[in-house]
Write a protein that binds this ligand. Structure first.
Ligand code: V47
Length: 402
């Protein structure tokens, strides 16, 4: 069944109907797996037999230098799940405030109140910003902000209700588990009560931010003032229980070890076994500029590729692995579509968190840019909404199949 919805503004152009996963699989030819790394051979056997990888397997993948072999395996899994399809969406980020009581060393975005560069949007401003700055009809608002001590709890449900009223067809993906914990404190409620109130106001799902790395040792250094890993996982569990799907992230390329990364992935996989509430995993490459950790080097192409591939192989119960082009650059995102990623995120329009941390990527890309990146990677572009339903466009309408 298709639901016809017109999302302003116009400016949509006609695209061909999308291929299905099955159609793209039919044309696949299989090459064989090859490696000189003996540690990878038993892992390859498990992957081909669709068996779950162990902690030791995950560590062996991180420790192997054979990126082509690891990539081949991840690509095999990716094509088994999604054929040649590569997902993208037309979205807009809204960062309603950068004022934040936490002073995380990983972050260049947060500011103390009344310091230069600090901003907080009044509700009208949030609603107006949502309608600005894009030429194509968006299907998703991605809403996150700092932890602002002076905003009343009601600001958040009012923000969501106001967005829903003005943009009823746009999916509202908002607030990290960290923000939910903070709202619970200022509203003197439980996280579950907060989640229910936001859902009633119109929140549709949640992004994956704030997970960073679950290891206490690392968290104490990079984001000491944030909720700990267990709390993040518990709030994610609660969100899934109240019917909100979410994503999950992992911040890598700072001071974490291979063991920390494996621990993070296995905790997410265990929770997903219980709830099935995660849609997408997004590895986030650390950007050190303008943060207290700016002495650390930036991530390399090898690590970015490996991170995507290992995630695809270990997170066997996550439907999607997203390579966020803002983080790894559009060029690298294109390559990751052959190393395990099936999604490159969206148009974004106005990205602030990584650009404050020195990202040199554009703040947004348009739909045609994303389609070109995907097509030139030899994949079939598939415009999705946040729930991965196909979106088709004509000059005046955007249709989501439901
Ligand atoms: O939680 C903050 C990270 C996250 C830096 O769910 C940094 O679809 C790198 O979660 N260098 C926010 N990373 C972004 C995020 C996200 C992005 C795109 C899609 C989705 C989704 C989620 O960015 C934060 C933190 O982990 N971050 N500072 C930095 N200097």
């Amino acid at each position: 069944m298709s639901q016809r919805c017109v999302i302003s503004p116009p400016g949509c152009d006609i695209i061909e109907p999308m291929a299905t996963v099955e159609q793209t699989l039919a044309s696949k030819t299989r090459h064989s797996f090859q490696t000189d790394d003996a540690r990878l051979k038993p892992i390859a056997e498990k992957v081909m037999a669709q068996e779950r990888l162990s902690e030791d397997d995950a560590l062996a993948l991180y420790r192997s230098g054979d990126i082509l072999a690891i990539g081949w395996l991840a690509n095999h899994v990716r094509e088994r799940m999604h054929g040649d399809i590569a997902y993208f969406n037309v979205n807009r980020h809204i960062n309603y405030t950068n004022v934040c009581v936490a002073a995380c060393r990983l972050c260049a975005f947060g500011r103390k109140k009344d310091t230069p560069g600090a901003y907080t949007m009044a509700l009208e401003e949030v609603w107006n910003t949502a309608g600005e700055g894009y030429t194509e009809a968006v299907t998703e608002f991605h809403i996150v902000g700092g932890l602002h001590a002076d905003l009343p709890f009601q600001y958040y449900p009012d923000m969501i209700a106001g967005l829903k009223q003005r943009f009823p067809q746009v999916h509202l993906k908002g607030f990290t588990m960290v923000e939910i914990s903070f709202f619970a404190k200022i509203g003197k409620m439980t996280p579950r009560e907060v989640l229910v109130k936001l859902k009633e106001a119109g929140l549709d799902s949640m992004p994956g931010g704030g997970a960073e790395i679950f290891s206490d040792r690392v968290r104490h250094i990079i984001c000491d003032h944030k909720i700990d890993g267990d709390d993040w996982l518990e709030i994610a569990r609660t969100a899934h229980e109240v019917g909100l799907k979410s994503n999950a992230t992992m911040l890598y390329g700072h001071i974490e070890s291979d063991e920390d990364r494996v621990d993070h992935l296995l905790k997410l996989r265990a929770l997903q076994d219980d709830t099935k509430g995660f849609q997408t995993f997004i590895p986030l490459a650390f950007h050190p500029d303008n943060t207290p950790l700016q002495h650390l080097p930036k991530t390399t192409g090898m690590l970015d590729l490996k991170q995507i591939a290992v995630a695809r192989l270990v997170l066997d119960n996550f439907p999607h692995i997203k390579s966020y082009w803002q983080m790894v650059t559009p060029k690298m995102a294109q390559i990751t579509l052959r190393f395990g990623a099936d999604d490159i995120d969206g148009t974004v329009v106005e990205e602030k968190i990584y650009h404050d941390a020195g990202a040199t990527t554009p703040q947004g890309l348009n739909r045609q840019d994303l389609i070109r990146l995907i097509t030139e990677a030899g994949r079939v572009p598939f415009e999705r909404d946040t729930m991965y339903r196909p979106v088709t466009r004509t000059e005046t309408t955007v249709t989501v199949a439901v």
